[in-house]
Every structure is written in structure tokens, then in C-alpha cells.
Ligand binder design. Structure first.
Ligand code: AMP
Ligand code: ZN
Length: 113
């Protein structure tokens, strides 16, 4: 399948990695929208959050635990951060492989644009 994030997960396209294990990869966004902006992706191809099932509960728990650990290590657990996953056209999803944006180190507006 011709999927950018599958290629990044497989190491076929380089990324600025923050964390990696058997099931997921965290890397810095190439076009940061905040002073700290990284992405967390499952290595397995999942098109978006719209494709998740009950069986993905352990994976999602692991993703959020890794995000919490990384944000603690990066020193933004007290100041705060935002975790976002965009779904489909109206959600603003440009890469059709599930990913969680983690944005920090500036005040983030609500509601989003
Ligand atoms: P979304 O628009 O929610 O699908 O987010 C896709 C994100 O992937 C955007 O924030 C892009 O800047 C980011 N992105 C695209 N290509 C790369 C890449 N090669 N390395 C890192 N981030 C990327
Ligand atoms: Zn993929």
C-alpha cells in the first residue's frame, strides 16, 4: 500500500524519531504548528480513528500512556498540551494513516478552526 506513514513506520522514509517500540512510533511533525509538535502512529496501518474497533483498546491505551510519558519527559505535563486526531476531509486529515498530534509550548485556541 502506498502510505507515507507506513513507510515512515518501516524506516523506508526517514523521520525525526522521539520514541519507537514494537507497536508504535513517535516522531516530530515536519511542519510544526506549535513549538513542540510530534505525531504518534501505530505501526500497523489503520486508516483513521473511524476504523478503530474494541480490539484496538490495548493499542489506544498504550498510545496514550506513551504520550503521557513523553510529555512528562519533555517537561510539558504541568504546562499542558493537546492531543488531536483528525478524521476525513472535514476533520482536516491529510495523511490517511491514524496519527495523534501532540501540540505544546504555546496556548492553544478553542474551538479549533
Ligand atoms: P493531518 O493533516 O492531521 O493528516 O496530519 C498530517 C501531519 O503529517 C501534518 O501535520 C504534516 O505536517 C505531517 N507530515 C507529513 N509528512 C511528514 C513527514 N514526512 N514527516 C513528518 N511529518 C509529516
Ligand atoms: Zn499506513
Amino acid at each position: 500500500m502506498d502510505c507515507l506513514f507506513c513507510k515512515i513506520a518501516a524506516g523506508e522514509i526517514p523521520s525525526n524519531k522521539l520514541y519507537e517500540d514494537d507497536t508504535l512510533l513517535a516522531f516530530y511533525d515536519i511542519d510544526p504548528q506549535a513549538p513542540l509538535h510530534f505525531l504518534v502512529i501505530p505501526k500497523r496501518h489503520i486508516g483513521s480513528a473511524a476504523k478503530l474497533t474494541e480490539e484496538d483498546a490495548p493499542l489506544l491505551g498504550h498510545i496514550y500512556a506513551v504520550i503521557a510519558n513523553l510529555c512528562r519527559e519533555l517537561g510539558v505535563d504541568e504546562s499542558g498540551y493537546r492531543v488531536v486526531t483528525n478524521v476525513g476531509t472535514d476533520g482536516g486529515q491529510s495523511v490517511r494513516h491514524l496519527h495523534f498530534h501532540v501540540l505544546a509550548k504555546r496556548g492553544l485556541a478553542w474551538p479549533p478552526g
